[in-house]
Ligand binder design. Structure first.
Ligand code: F6P
Length: 516
């Protein structure tokens, strides 16, 4: 098993260096003495450019981090993922979301069988999407699915259909088991003009099954004999379970693709419905370009690696416990939520791969909102709060709307926030004083094209992978979500019966109050 980051010879050196930097490093000074700082800490990658120079690190920190990454065998671990080794050890599975965007004929020979299945399913799913897009009788598509079966498709549909809405149908997303989510959607629809997409890899997720059952019941009650097979489609690794529920039209998923990594598979049908087969293939191509970059660029020029090194530096050596994401593009409004699952479900772990408790911190809290909305809400805390929160700005150079003036204002605001965080502003009045020296990264996309979005998502996936590899954890399981599900199954009948035997006093008291 490769060593964890805190077991490498570079670790104590990094600790010493971080201690010195915490007290003595000033970004403004660093730019003043080093005219090459911007160039050194910038990185070109497919479809994007990243400026990492306004971060609280220097060349020595990065060199030590790179040494640490080599000692952790990051390259070997990366290659093992691409090769389809069973790196998700707790579930005994390979991790092959990169295969989903691998062009025909380009997959490793050992994965030829899986690659063939991928391309067959992809073609069938895209043909279906095009057929349904052309079906004038269908005006609305309701996508039911949660977590990885909901967030990614919803985020991508919003990102790619704005602002003029390329989707021939109205797209609706329902994830929450709360009836307040599904009912208002159904109220506006006619069964005969609605297509329901039920996405669930396991097809046992309570929220999704409850919503699917209610949708089916509504459909059967109002559609006067209309065909379920035409109006419901399941995206799942368990077509048998879908059939049992009454849904026979299915596209397959595989156990070697985790839910939060699945938007590239048939789980991406909502994206193909909203944006078309061409856009979906472009999304895959953008992600594949980032895969090639990740797989082949040397570590010091590898953007996912550099971002992950910064993540470990901040989390473990500088002691920052959260990271803020601010996409400066209204259509990326679900990106923070999507990244929360990607990062916190992947790397929110407390034991290493061998199951031993870790004595180092793992995933930070990820949070955020689109700029400029966030500026008028929580940016106050970023500028003058007591915590240092690294900010990640994601901006897009070319807008896809035609309104004059807006985009320059938006970009100026993005630049200004990064500048203000770094520069600060002196004042004798403590209330008006901005300390500055606060970190930010800046990722710039040329446009919010499907290719660029694909590359951006793959960039984030690989960055999470590298951080997990450095921490020595399994980034691909999610046992932490299980316990709550089990307890909810026990509590649901108790809400009806009022039986509180064996419950703690707080749960029992709340349950009785809910029944009263
Ligand atoms: O409960 C967490 C989780 O398992 C996620 O990992 C997953 O993305 C989500 O639920 C939905 O799972 P499924 O696609 O199997 O319904």
């Amino acid at each position: 098993m490769p060593p964890r980051c805190d077991q490498t010879p570079a670790w104590p050196l990094l600790q010493d260096h971080a201690a010195a930097m915490r007290h003595g490093f000033d970004l403004r000074q660093s730019f003043a003495v080093d005219p090459g700082r911007f160039t050194h800490f910038s990185q070109e990658a497919p479809h994007c450019f990243a400026d990492l120079s306004k971060n609280l690190w220097d060349v020595r920190a990065e060199e030590l981090l790179l040494r640490m990454a080599r000692d952790c065998g990051v390259e070997r671990q990366r290659d093992a993922m691409f090769a389809g080794e069973s790196i998700n050890a707790t579930e005994g599975r390979a991790v092959l979301h990169t295969l989903l965007r691998c062009p025909r004929g380009a997959a490793p020979r050992a994965l030829a069988h899986q690659a063939q299945q991928v391309h067959q399913t992809l073609q069938a799913m895209l043909d279906y999407a095009e057929r349904m897009r052309a079906d004038a009788a269908i005006t609305d598509v309701v996508c039911i699915g949660i977590g990885g079966s909901g967030l990614g498709p919803q985020m991508a549909v919003q990102a790619l259909s704005a602002p003029d809405g390329t989707s021939p149908q109205r797209m609706h997303f329902v994830s929450n088991v709360d009836g307040h989510a599904l009912q208002p959607v159904l109220r506006r629809l006619k069964p005969r003009s609605t297509l329901f997409i039920v996405a669930s890899k396991a097809f046992s997720t309570q929220e999704t099954l409850t919503n699917a059952r209610s949708a089916l019941a509504w459909f059967q009650a109002h559609a006067e004999g209309a065909d379920v097979a035409r109006h419901f489609v399941a995206l799942t690794a368990r077509p048998d379970a879908a059939t049992q529920l009454g849904i026979t039209t299915c596209f397959g998923l595989w156990d070697w693709v985790g839910g939060r990594y699945s938007l590239w598979s048939a789980a991406g049908l909502p994206i193909a419905m909203a944006c078309g087969a061409g856009a979906f293939r472009a999304l895959l191509a953008g992600a594949h370009a980032m895969d090639r970059h990740f797989a082949s660029a040397p570590l010091q020029a590898n953007l996912p690696v550099r971002l992950a090194l910064l993540d470990v530096w901040y989390r473990n050596l500088m002691g920052f416990s959260s990271r803020c994401i601010a996409p400066y593009h209204a259509s990326l409004r679900r990106l923070p939520a999507y990244l929360q699952q990607l990062e916190m479900e992947s790397n929110g772990k407390r034991v290493d791969r061998a199951g031993r408790p870790l004595d180092l911190a793992t995933a930070p809290v990820l949070w955020g909102e689109p700029g400029t909305d966030g500026q008028h809400a929580f940016f106050q805390m970023l500028h003058q709060g007591t915590d240092t929160v690294p900010l990640e700005i994601i901006a897009v150079r070319r807008p896809s709307h035609g309104l004059p003036g807006h985009h320059a204002q938006l970009l100026a605001n993005a630049l200004a926030q990064a500048q203000a965080l770094m520069q600060g502003r002196r004042s004798e009045d403590g209330h008006r004083h901005f300390p500055g020296n606060r970190p930010s990264s800046f990722v710039l996309l040329e446009s919010l094209s499907p290719e660029a979005l694909g590359a951006l998502i793959a960039l984030q996936e690989h960055r999470v992978f590298v951080a997990g590899a450095l921490w020595g954890i399994n980034s691909f399981d999610q046992w932490g979500v299980e316990l709550g599900k089990v307890l909810a199954r026990d509590l649901q009948p108790r809400l009806a019966s009022g039986e509180v035997h064996g419950l703690d006093a707080s749960t029992a008291g709340l349950l009785q109050r809910m029944r009263a």
